[in-house]
Design a binder for this molecule. Structure first.
Ligand code: PMM
Length: 265
């Protein structure tokens, strides 16, 4: 899954694809490099980010979706809003990537159930502005798994078919680096919940901290690519269904190496 943030302020690529031509060019490049789906987002989920209204979100994403639909590109919409998801589905999006796992908008389950589309339920405890305060766990793996299954149960109770649901541990969302590392180490526990699992590790702050310079300054986001690729290989080898990444080519190369090695075994 290739990330296309049509926002002025996302943490790693904010502002780069706010213009329609640049966004479309980048999406087509990611498709050509091997992304199976392009994930389009019009609201930053960066820690501490303020929310934008639904009109702003739609004004950012719909022209991109319309253009990419005409090019036959497979797309997901990265939104927590049912109205945005419904409009995006109407314009040709096949998958709803909801970082709130259905918690942010009570209408999301109905929209997804009516469309019969795939729905990524990510582990989430609250909007970006307050998520740092919510990173409190006794056992992060157990709690994330239990909270994800609550979202599955709620989705199924609302009429969404279980085979439409993809789970995501939500690395970096209401999680300190130690929580994110522990979840990465225990990805098989999330996979054992019985749904395909998507992992979003690309360029995130736990990698920046790991690769900090001797003065303790985190590695800049654009220079976390090799580390991201390492997380892709580990995730895929652990059984992940997909990875959500900003730079597609290197990650696809790495997955091909893993596939060839496995096929030769
Ligand atoms: N991370 C971000 C945004 N959307 N969606 C899913 N399913 N999983 C993630 O980990 C995830 C996401 C934040 O990263 P970005 O600002 O670079 O898009």
């Amino acid at each position: 899954m290739g990330v296309l943030n049509v926002t002025p302020d996302s943490f790693s690529d904010g502002g780069r694809y706010a213009d329609l031509d640049a966004a479309v060019r980048h999406a087509l490049q990611m498709r050509d490099e091997g992304a199976d789906v392009i994930d389009i987002g019009g609201e930053s989920t960066r820690p501490g980010a303020d929310r934008v209204d639904a009109e702003t979100e739609l004004r950012r994403v719909l022209p991109v979706i319309d253009t990419l639909a005409a090019e036959g590109v497979a797309m997901s919409i990265d939104t927590t809003r049912a109205a945005v998801a419904a409009a995006a589905i109407g314009a040709g999006v096949e998958l709803v990537n909801d970082v709130s796992g259905g918690l942010a908008d009570p209408d999301m389950a109905r929209v997804v159930a009516d469309a019969g589309c795939l729905w990524v339920l990510m582990h989430w405890r609250g909007h970006s502005r307050r998520m740092a305060d919510l990173a409190v766990y006794d056992d992060v793996v157990k709690e994330v798994c239990a909270e994800l299954m609550e979202r599955v149960d709620a989705a199924v109770a609302a009429g969404v078919a279980p085979d439409r649901l993809i789970l995501d541990p939500g690395l970096g969302f209401a999680k300190r680096p130690e929580h994110t590392w522990r979840l990465a180490a225990h990805l098989p526990d999330v996979i054992a919940l019985g749904h395909p699992v998507l992992v979003g590790s690309s360029r995130k702050s736990h990698l920046g901290r790991l690769l900090a310079d001797p003065g303790g300054n985190p590695r800049p986001t654009a220079e976390r690519e090799a580390a991201t690729i390492a997380t892709t290989v580990l995730s895929v080898a652990a059984g992940a269904w997909g990875v959500r990444v900003h730079e597609v080519r290197g990650n696809v190369d790495a997955i091909k190496v893993w596939q060839a090695t496995k096929a030769a075994g």
